[in-house]
Design a protein around this ligand. Structure first.
Ligand SMILES: Nc1ncnc2c1ncn2[C@@H]1O[C@H](COP(=O)(O)OP(=O)(O)OP(=O)(O)O)[C@@H](O)[C@H]1O
Length: 653
């Protein structure tokens, strides 16, 4: 692997920069200095090497945005560049007669979409698809675009009415810190990584003022509540309450200074995202009052104590597993904070209810130590996922406009980027499946655009781009999508079938089934050296090895009905809302009988939400922003051109 920092292995930065510019001048035929080359399609000749060099030169010159045909490439500066996002600059792009003639910027995309919604070009609705790997800057970009629209599409509310009802744009911006506190976490790749996908629809009226917004979220990584990978953290909000609670709140939420929680790893690390006050303030602006906030934080503290509840092996399967020494206190505190009777909570974790026979007779069976821990984790995930969904619905009711008050929208899609870890499971399969879908959408749009000239992209320009970009093969990724989601047999259908059969699933068996049912598929591979059952999918962005162990269980995402009914008996006002007692309110993932297969699997639900999203995107004019992470250390002024990043960059077009 070529290890090059700023394109040079040694030498001073000044010298490196100079020789890089010289190299580039030569490559470009001594014409345009690379910093001034605003469009990668103008690099001559267009090769991966020249494109990377051009991006590198621009990055070193603090030029972070570059056009690439119909895509805007955004390189993460990894340092504050306030002048690049100032309201003055926003207004400059907004006022420009031809914003696309200004330097490439996300504001060009912002302004283009804003102008398009009032144009007569169909479809009027616009969407901006922001993509890139974890830490590349997607959330930052989406946030900046929202600020841009908040400035240029402000509703004409008077200062007086502003005092009464906070401006809608401000409320929309306030949704960011709240969603990030509850949905983001520090991972190995990014200290503020979004652990969910987000599509925000900014709603505009006939006068092009922003009258409201609606947020749709996708697949929150709820497993993080109860299980954090080494060196990673739980969701930010847990650290915020742990570090930021006032003395009196610490007493109320049973969070004494220095208390240790197993679900709160690395509390000593302080991040800028740990700012509790910002979250509280934003929640208040969204209409979540102080008592409700107290209920939320109290329930979260209850989950932290639940995480300290550990079981020992009973040594006798007829006996419930006892708690380890100091866990009795944790169960008691957790029960208190969640408004549950302590003995009921403990019993629900220790004892399983089984319905069997014709008359659906009820039996009780003590759970094994592992089952007790699984039930504990499941309870936490259930509470957190419901809380997150409830918050999204509260945010939506605070920012959503009445249907007759808006006519068009601009959608911002910030989805998790393509992921490949040493261990990949169902989460990565879903994420990479979403990326395959979006890539297909992008390629289809690009090809369509080549055939359809518009004012902004005359046909000759596209034709030239097509020529210039011929080094990048616009791979049709339909075969890969067929492998993942196709009918009648695909990876998803086989995993779903295992769930339906509701038999003990073995990882090796699933691997064999996938291999035999999909044998010879061009996008399916096998790692013969893998120490565990797995399969490889050859994605457009690279091969990913998925472990089969745990896939079926995660896809079922079973929730023992006893856990739901326990939570329905909570005396806590918030849990009463999250788990209404009405028996008809059962969600589809909760089977009414112990042995009944779930109605909808995780994969089926994800597929359905993805299809809905694509339908929305198909009804809009799409714009693409590809975020690039110039180095994996999150350092400013370093551009790594090693193979990995080259591969990622080629995958981007
Ligand atoms: N334009 C920018 N200017 C300054 N810093 C930036 C910019 N874009 C990104 N960053 C920095 O990079 C970090 C990672 O960016 P961001 O969280 O937006 O990545 P992401 O692509 O959304 O990652 P994930 O997929 O993990 O959520 C930010 O926390 C910020 O510190």
């Amino acid at each position: 692997m070529l290890q090059q920092v700023n394109g040079h292995g040694s030498g001073s930065a000044a010298h490196s920069g100079e020789s890089l510019r010289e190299d580039l001048k030569e490559l470009l035929g001594g014409e345009v200095p690379p910093q001034q080359l605003n469009d990668l399609t103008k690099v001559n000749p267009v090769t991966l090497e020249t494109v990377l060099r051009c991006l590198q030169a621009r990055y070193m010159a603090d030029t972070f945005y570059t056009n690439a045909g119909c895509t805007l490439v955004a390189m993460n500066p990894f340092k504050p560049v306030p002048q690049l996002y100032s309201p003055e600059l926003m207004r400059e792009y907004h006022a420009a007669s031809q914003p696309q003639t200004l330097k490439p910027h996300i504001f060009t995309v912002g302004e283009q979409t804003y102008r398009n919604v009032k144009s007569l070009i169909e479809p009027v609705n616009q969407s901006v698809v922001v993509s890139g790997e974890s830490g590349a800057g997607k959330t930052w970009t989406s946030r900046c675009l929202m600020k841009f629209y908040a400035v240029v599409a402000a509703s004409p509310m008077s200062w007086e009415s502003h005092k009464v009802a906070e401006r809608i744009e401000q409320r929309i911006l306030n949704s960011n810190p709240v969603m990030e506190a509850f949905g983001n976490a520090c991972t190995l790749r990014n200290s503020n990584s979004s652990r969910f996908g987000k599509f925000i629809q900014l709603q505009l009226n006939g006068a092009q003022q922003m009258t409201g917004a609606a947020v749709q979220t996708y697949l929150l990584e709820k497993t993080r509540v109860a299980c954090q990978a080494p060196s990673e953290r739980n969701f930010h909000i847990f650290y915020q309450i742990y570090k930021g609670a006032h003395a009196e709140e610490r007493v109320r939420w049973r969070l004494p200074e220095g208390a240790a929680f197993s679900w709160l790893p690395h509390p000593e690390r302080t991040l800028e995202e740990d700012c509790f006050e910002v979250t509280r303030e934003a929640m208040l602006h969204l209409g979540i009052d102080a008592p409700t906030q107290n209920n939320i934080f109290q329930a979260l503290a209850g989950l932290l104590h639940l995480g300290n509840t550990r079981f020992a092996d009973s040594g006798n399967e007829a006996q419930p597993c006892p708690l380890v020494d100091d866990a009795q206190c944790s169960v008691g505190t957790s029960a208190l904070l969640l408004g549950l009777p302590e003995d009921h909570l403990l019993e629900t974790l220790q004892i399983r209810t089984i319905r069997a026979g014709r008359g659906q007779q009820v039996f009780q069976k003590p759970c094994s130590q592992a089952e007790c821990n699984t039930r504990r984790d499941c309870l936490a995930k259930l509470v957190y996922a419901r809380l997150f969904d409830w918050l999204v619905s509260v945010i939506n009711s605070s920012i959503c406009a009445a249907p007759d008050s808006w006519t068009t929208f601009i959608g911002l899609l910030d989805v998790y980027g393509f992921e490949s870890f040493p261990n990949n499971s169902l989460e990565q399969l879903c994420i990479n499946y979403a990326n395959e879908k979006l890539q297909q959408h992008f390629v289809a749009h690009y090809l369509r655009a080549q055939q359809t000239p518009t004012a902004l992209h005359p046909q000759e320009e596209y034709a030239m781009e097509g020529l210039a970009w011929s080094f990048v093969s616009y791979q049709d990724n339909q075969p890969c999508l067929d492998l993942i989601e196709g009918s009648p047999v695909s990876i998803c259908s086989l995993i779903n079938e295992e769930c339906r059969l509701n038999r003990p699933s073995s990882a090796a068996q699933l691997q064999t089934r996938i291999e035999s049912a999909l044998t010879g598929h061009p996008r399916l591979g096998r790692d013969r050296l893998s120490p565990e059952p797995s399969f490889i999918v050859l994605h457009y962005a690279g091969p990913v090895r998925y472990r089969t162990a745990g896939l079926v269980e995660k896809n079922k995402d079973p929730v023992p009905p006893e856990l739901t009914s326990l939570l329905q008996q909570s005396q806590d006002p918030l849990l009463k809302v999250l788990f209404p007692a009405d028996p008809e309110d059962k969600s589809p993932e909760e089977p009414s009988g112990q042995n009944r297969a779930p109605v909808l699997t995780v994969v089926s639900k994800f597929k359905a939400s993805l299809e809905q999203l694509l339908q929305v995107l198909h009804g809009t004019t799409p714009h693409y922003i590809r975020c690039i992470k110039p180095n994996s250390q999150a350092q400013a002024q370093i551009f790594h051109r090693e193979e990995g990043s080259m591969a990622r960059i080629t995958a981007l077009w």
